[in-house]
Write a protein that binds this ligand. Structure first.
Ligand code: K7E
Ligand code: CUA
Length: 659
């Protein structure tokens, strides 16, 4: 059977090559050897790993199975999603609240799995919003966004959401420096150097619940924080942030922020920062940011505005932050599994510097400084440097690690992944990517315990890899087997949005904790109807609350009259099912928001303002039984001031039958 599949794939490859005659040759189109087998997961079989992939400008995250590359679920995070009613139902709308009001979109770049003792634990996955700065926590019991916290004093939240080795903190560095929230922002842009500041946010995470709380921020010079990673093992207690635009330019950054030969990696002693905060050294500073939390018992999100944040000024605490020079606009900032080596990737560099945590510590102790940058000591490059990987490729971006002391770096310009040994800094292997690779992911690859086995490249350009789809082509990932000495390409799979960072973990860390249904007796939604006997319609002024139930295959009530123009109708639909995999949907004609998708035991609300007099059908949108198509009803809308009484029913005989 294996060889049949292989022959089919070879045949497909041959046909494809013949069909796309203009396609360049030798681009790794044909799979080699046993590649097809390695990525093949037979029907009915499960994948070995979950892969949580950022959705870029789709604002969502998606879960794929590895090695098959099968898309399992798009998890709505920062963007509305009509498929799940996310951001459309009354319960989910507060989750997208910000200090700018309801924001239905964002740009999610990086995902990060929670860790315990430096190992991924499969409890939560975090995501960052790059536009309106926010961090989200997705609960992997439900694959739902459980919490979103906005970041004050920030603009663009790129250097995020990276975590410490026990998930003590999720960290977020601002990409754009801006004037602090408590200062006058109505100033000339060209006063950047004087007035713009960069803030690093430390969000504490509750060990049990995962609840997030913005513990403190460190105010830093006005640079662009790009990426980060925490220390681990011996370097636990430190965080490393790559910075660019240390020229502090406010225009034409492509030229003006590439002036200096070296920018910085900023090393932050967050344990020290914690001590200062405990000692009351943080300054309470006025601000305004949203903190949105989902409650699984009321099936609702709540948004709260927070008015204050604790700030430590990096200039006042010289033992908090240190700058390490790093060549040519560093992007990726990655720490190896031992915690000793910090890899900086300069987007315009032709080498990869590897810094040593031990050397960094002795450089600090011996004050081996090379001047001061805006109040922060600059470590001598050579004093922190372990060594450089010479001639690795062009345009290094990101590095991941395996469990055997190897690093894998993506090269955007030369479109390749390069494997190198951390100890001797020798290049061991290189494979092409198709094309212009950005981020990489190895399961557990930024933790103390990488699982190795696979490496996924997330590419920026796909050109000729898939059937064309007009001017916009598919986004793409490529899967490599890294279990041997040589990396082997085994699969291309399309992805959603633009993938940036991703995380992966063994499925067994996640599956045992899955929620299958919500218990109806634990449903504390204020408008729940926990049985058909509780179904009703209640008028409060111009608000009409429909306490509706759904069960295979009808709604109760399914006939409603007495709604008038000018009313706001709230359909609170409780799904009475207590079986796994039996959601119901709900939609009403002319609704300007979306549908609802209601999980077993859950209550979800659709707000509807009828726009004309007449009869409006409503129906279940999710195919739930053989009689799903019968799962429907009507609502009658009368003119404003009409005396049609409020009336609701299910199963009432028709007028003809009662005569
Ligand atoms: Cu947010 Cu390099 Cu896109 Cu990753 S960054 S690629
Ligand atoms: Cu309920 Cu379809």
């Amino acid at each position: 059977m294996k060889s049949i599949l292989f022959h089919i794939l070879v045949a497909i490859a041959a046909i494809t090559l013949g069909f796309m005659a203009c396609k360049p040759k030798n681009l790794g189109t044909a799979v080699t050897g046993d590649a097809a087998n390695k990525a093949y997961v037979a029907p009915g079989q499960y994948d070995e790993f979950y892969n949580f992939v950022s959705g870029g400008f789709s604002g969502q995250m998606s879960a794929y199975g590895l090695p098959s590359g099968r898309l399992l679920r798009v998890i709505p995070v920062f963007s509305v999603d009509p498929e799940k009613g996310w951001g459309y139902s009354e319960e989910t709308r507060p989750m997208l609240n910000t200090s700018h009001g309801f924001v239905p979109w964002d740009d999610l770049h990086h995902t990060e799995l929670s860790q315990t003792n430096g190992e991924v634990d499969g409890r939560w996955v975090f995501g960052n919003a790059n536009n309106t700065p926010r961090v989200a926590r997705i609960d992997l019991k439900t694959f739902r966004t459980a919490e979103i916290i906005e970041l004050p004093n920030s603009a663009g939240n790129h250097s995020s959401p990276f975590i410490t080795e026990n998930t003590e903190y999720v960290v977020a560095g601002t990409r754009f420096s801006v004037p602090a929230d408590n200062t006058n922002g109505d100033i000339a842009i060209n006063t950047y150097k004087e007035n713009f500041k960069g803030h690093l946010s430390f969000i504490a995470v509750d060990k049990e619940t995962g609840g997030m709380n913005l513990s403190f921020q460190i105010q830093c010079p006005g640079v662009n924080f790009d990426l980060s990673h925490s220390g681990k093992g011996p370097s636990h207690g430190w965080f490393f942030f790559s910075c660019y635009n240390t020229e502090q330019a406010n225009t034409l950054l492509e030229v003006n922020a590439s002036q200096k030969d070296k920018d910085f990696i900023m090393a932050v002693n967050w344990k020290k920062a914690e001590e200062y905060i405990k000692a009351g050294k943080g300054k309470k500073t006025p601000t305004n940011y949203a903190h949105n939390v989902w409650d699984e018992k009321t099936h609702s999100g709540k948004s709260e505005m927070v008015k204050e944040v604790l700030i430590l000024d990096s200039r006042e605490f010289p033992d908090l932050c240190y700058m390490i020079p790093c060549p040519k606009s560093p992007h990726g900032c990655d720490v190896d599994p031992t915690g000793e080596y910090i890899v900086g990737s300069g987007k315009l560099a032709a080498l990869i510097p590897v810094f040593s945590f031990t050397k960094l510590q002795s450089a600090i102790a011996n004050k081996e400084f090379d001047g001061v940058y805006d109040g922060i000591n600059v470590i001598k490059y050579e004093s922190a440097l372990y060594g450089e990987v010479a001639k690795p490729g062009l345009g290094p971006l990101h590095t991941e690690f395996d469990a055997n002391g190897n690093a894998y770096t993506s090269f955007f310009v030369s479109s390749e992944v390069v494997k190198w040994n951390i100890k001797d800094l020798k290049v061991l292997d290189r494979v092409p990517t198709y094309y212009s690779v950005g981020h990489l992911c190895v399961p557990g690859g930024d933790s103390r315990k990488p699982f190795g086995k696979y490496l996924i490249a997330y590419n920026k350009i796909t050109k000729d890899r898939y059937l064309p789809t007009g001017p916009e082509l598919s986004q793409s990932a490529q899967l490599y087997d890294i279990s041997g000495d040589k990396m082997q390409l085994i699969l291309d799979f399309p992805t959603i949005g633009e993938p940036h960072y991703a995380q992966a973990c063994p499925a067994g860390l996640v599956t045992p904790n899955q929620v299958k249904i919500f218990k109806i007796e634990e449903n504390n939604h204020p408008y729940a109807a926990k049985g058909e006997g509780e179904a009703k319609v209640v008028r409060e002024g111009n608000k009409v609350h429909v306490y509706m139930t759904s069960i295979r295959s009808h709604f109760a009530p399914d006939n409603i009259e007495g709604v008038k123009m000018g009313d706001e109708v709230y359909f609170h639909v409780t799904n009475l099912e207590q079986d796994w995999d039996v959601p119901h949907g709900f939609a009403v004609k002319g609704a300007s928001n979306a549908e609802l998708l209601i999980m077993p035991g859950e209550t979800t609300t659709l707000k509807w303002a009828p726009d004309k007099v007449g009869i409006f059908p409503m129906y279940c949108t999710d195919f739930c039984s053989a009689l799903h198509q019968e799962m429907q009803g009507y609502i009658r809308v009368s003119p404003a001031g009409s005396n049609v009484p409020l009336k609701f029913s299910v199963g009432e005989p028709s007028a003809e039958a009662t005569q």
